[in-house]
Ligand binder design. Sequence first.
Ligand SMILES: *[C@@H]1O[C@H](CO)[C@@H](O)[C@H](O)[C@H]1NC(C)=O
Ligand SMILES: *[C@@H]1O[C@H](CO)[C@@H](O)[C@H](O)[C@H]1NC(C)=O
Ligand SMILES: *[C@@H]1O[C@H](CO)[C@@H](O)[C@H](O)[C@H]1NC(C)=O
Ligand SMILES: *[C@@H]1O[C@H](CO)[C@@H](O)[C@H](O)[C@H]1NC(C)=O
Ligand SMILES: *[C@@H]1O[C@H](CO)[C@@H](O)[C@H](O)[C@H]1NC(C)=O
Ligand SMILES: *[C@@H]1O[C@H](CO)[C@@H](O)[C@H](O)[C@H]1NC(C)=O
Length: 677
Amino acid sequence: MTQTCILAFLSALTVVVAISWTATPFNPLSIPLAVRSPSLSCWLPGGNDGGNLAGQWPEFWTGATLGWAGYVRVDNTTYVYMGAPSVPNLSPPLATQTNFAFTSTQSIFKLNAGPITLPASFLSPIEPNDLLRQSLPFSYLAISVESNDGAPHSVQIYSDISAEWVSGDDALVASWSTHTGDIMTHQVQLRTQELFSEVNEHTQYGAAYYSVASGGTYQTGADVNVRTQFINNGKLTNTEDTNYRAVDQNWPVFGHAFDLGSVRAATAPIVFSIGHARDPALQYIVMNDASKMAYSMLLRFSSGITLVHSPPPMPSTLTYTPMRVQSPRTTQPSSLSPPVKPLVLELTIGTSSDDILMFMKEISSDGNVNTVDVIFPAYPIFLYTNPALARYLLEPLFQYQNTGQSPNKWSGHDMGSHYPNATGHNDGSDEAMPVEESGNMVIMSAAYMKATGDSALGSSYYNLLQQWTSFLINDSLIPANQISTDDFAGALANQTNLAIKGIVGIAGMSQIASALGKTVDAQYYSSIAQSYVPLFEGFATSKDGSHLDLSYGNDSSWGITYNLYADKLLQANLFPDHLYEMQTDWYPTVKQPYGIPLDTRHLYTKTDWQIFMSAGVTSNSTRDLFIESVASFQKGGLTNEPFPDLYDTNTGEQDVIQFKARPVVGGHFAHLALKAL
Ligand SMILES: *[C@@H]1O[C@H](CO)[C@@H](O)[C@H](O)[C@H]1NC(C)=O
Ligand SMILES: *[C@@H]1O[C@H](CO)[C@@H](O)[C@H](O)[C@H]1NC(C)=O
Ligand SMILES: *[C@@H]1O[C@H](CO)[C@@H](O)[C@H](O)[C@H]1NC(C)=O
Ligand SMILES: *[C@@H]1O[C@H](CO)[C@@H](O)[C@H](O)[C@H]1NC(C)=O
Ligand SMILES: *[C@@H]1O[C@H](CO)[C@@H](O)[C@H](O)[C@H]1NC(C)=O
Ligand SMILES: *[C@@H]1O[C@H](CO)[C@@H](O)[C@H](O)[C@H]1NC(C)=O
């Protein structure tokens, strides 16, 4: 390469399309618009070439387009404030984005459309202490307008969604209806409902709802017709298109319009609710390989419907109020993760009202139900927001394995291969992570009991917990060749980090026994855990005493020993200070431009594990090194997908293994969970 070539190449690499608006606290990789459940997961691509509400389509987490369009008409001139709608012979200009801000629950845009300013707030509530409200698969959009030149202007607002919200295959036929009354609701569903099935990760049953308080006009029909009607007239026809057809055939859209009249001061917001609900939500395995239904709370409780239409208050003004304040410094891990809305799960109810369960989809990596090693990294957000949620999430795993149908002596990996079928693994063929999952279940149970003082979980499943601990006693000091949660990195024998998890798990069992008054058992488990620590140190420490090896005896290897976080979480104080100090001193020596690699096998790393490690080191500078690494990736703008948790520490780009929108980012609350216990 010539010198000029190299320069051209380098400058091409560093091209950054600067955003033209103010972003608070920064312009994220992807912006959540309506994110509450595996079927309600709508994002706006962000990063260096995105983040503009007007001019690009929102997307399902997979990247599939979700039609959601908005126009504002000011003195007869129409502007696009949302989406990328196109109508023949009419090309309304885009409103100009001037501000964007996000908090734990809101994404707030401010746009100028000629002489008016339009704040648009998207709210996906987190309501961990109100199970019914938390279970609602609904998000909200509030829009208001005000004059920005002091003069009054005639303003009309329009919003629609397409039928893309109900299927992963746009060739399938949808049907729809509009319900009028106090609340105007468009309901859309697939004509042929496929219970419990998904296509391209999108649910194929249930319905999408787009509602607003009455007072406006509505229309359903082909996108060009409905949108042209609004652009030309500022109102809709109050008519329904009943020619049910494929999602992509003359694209049916479901529109609402409001005439705000002559506007000078800020108007009261118009609040739209958008959601997707299914009933039953899941099926799960019980005794004798039978299945039981887990139902939608919304559709079982009539008050749920009322709640959908009385969203929590949402500001229409642009104030940045982080919902939660994180401990260390200003680079707050919790303000890095909020755009993800980590409480993406389904709270369900069985046939009796105390039969509450919670389900989580392993989004993007494989679609498994309640994956134990995805719940473990996400666990801090539950411990912090409401530890009772943790039990609803662990219960399905315990109930199933307590039936004795799973043949393995270690803890299973998940409740079913593909959401929403929690149909178990009676052939024992779930992805085997023996030490990982056994350790996770015991540690999470101990942490739950510590956080709540509720010992029922431990007493109900004591035998299972003992069985898994017995496995840890046999197999965690010298872990066999196996994978850890980081399965993409491959199998390895004698993994230091797995041994840490197993040993902390044994200590966790001692705490569980102790809480149940079983002092003999408590003493037994505690003494084994204690006795393993020096042996472990001997196996795992490099000969020069500079770091823990990735695998015993290989001194040129190392990794992020994030399982030490579990020792902190349980306050077990198993591992000595000098071991923590050694690791704390080591990581700054192996930092790459965008962070600390997960281990010596690759340059990629995980955001969740870096934050876990940051909560387990002994110096503020190493703590901040990890936190700022995650921040540098978040702010780098080099991808536009929903919060990837696996990225390259050298380039700052998303890894080729494209993890997105995964629940594991709940781990960014690791510091807060420590304080909550
Ligand atoms: C908007 O159009 C209506 C109907 O054509 C007209 O009466 C009105 O004067 C127009 N308003 C403006 C501000 O141009
Ligand atoms: C769930 O199981 C049902 C049969 O009960 C099947 O039709 C469906 O395809 C499965 N769904 C997924 C996502 O695998
Ligand atoms: C480390 O940071 C904490 C706040 O997160 C602060 O209270 C403490 O004083 C700092 N320690 C040192 C040695 O600077
Ligand atoms: C652990 O080893 C003991 C002694 O060999 C054995 O009795 C026990 O079944 C093993 N536990 C598990 C869970 O494999
Ligand atoms: C694992 O480590 C132990 C202790 O150092 C050693 O005896 C054993 O050979 C190692 N196993 C493998 C597969 O390397
Ligand atoms: C030791 O670890 C390094 C880095 O992960 C790896 O490249 C090497 O193959 C390992 N050596 C052995 C003997 O496993």
